[in-house]
Write a protein that binds this ligand. Sequence first.
Ligand code: NAD
Length: 261
Amino acid sequence: MSLQGKAAVVTGSTSGIGLALARTFAKEGANILINGFGDAAAIEKERAGIETDFKVACLYSPADMSKGAEVTAMVRMAEQAFGRVDILVNNAGIQHVAPIEEFPDDKWEAIIRINLLAAFYATKAVVPGMKSRGWGRIINTASAHALVASPFKSAYVAAKHGIAGLTKTVALEVAKDHITVNAICPGYVWTPLVEKQIPDTMKARGLTKEQVIADVLLEAQPTKEFVTVEQVAALALFLSSDAASSITGTMLSIDGGWTAH
Ligand code: NAD
């Protein structure tokens, strides 16, 4: 499948799932805007690497997804550079785990801003251009937590359930414009974020690496295997194809059976 001549914006793409998505779209020929935080030299290496590896244009925007005006400016930057945004992936996300009565107000609000409000601002900004060209793909990285809850994750679960509502509503609004809007709902995905938790958990609980993975991290995931970033990227790529033009307004689980419970 070729995305030659198309342009994609992937939020939160300096690491993990977003980075794999950006590289996958670039591999198919799309120009890419990457976004996210991290070490400036490492980000520049990733950006330049995408350009040389895949012979596409790659821009970096440091926009903070917790600030609506910066989200909108990021979309305008891509439109100006590439003349279009055909694919938007709302992927940036953070997590904080605490019981409701102890949940810090600022963390709750930041999770809603980054994991939910940013998707609203970016979607609002890309839809007019997509409508004018009569083609678009909006893909929201949601989570199994868009469908089911876990204790102590009230902000994250609320934001991801909110993403489900946004996905369905916008899908209905743009259905006749050849724009699809879908949410990908991964279970546990092997990213640096998850990997870093393992040594500490081994020490704290006196468990082996295998026990931590199967009995702690993947307790809810029947396959007892992580989803990979490549699998998530492959699903996003399929959603971007013309073969997926009738898939819209859906929550697509990629969770090793988690939500079949
Ligand atoms: P990650 O921490 O590796 O990547 C998150 C990205 O978001 C990074 O590039 C980071 O810099 C960026 N980011 C964070 N705050 C930002 C802000 N204010 N402005 C701009 N960028 C910001 O995590 P990941 O596991 O790749 O997660 C990506 C998405 O996938 C998130 O929405 C997450 O909720 C979702 N998800 C992850 C898993 C998992 O198990 N890893 C499972 C389900 C859903």
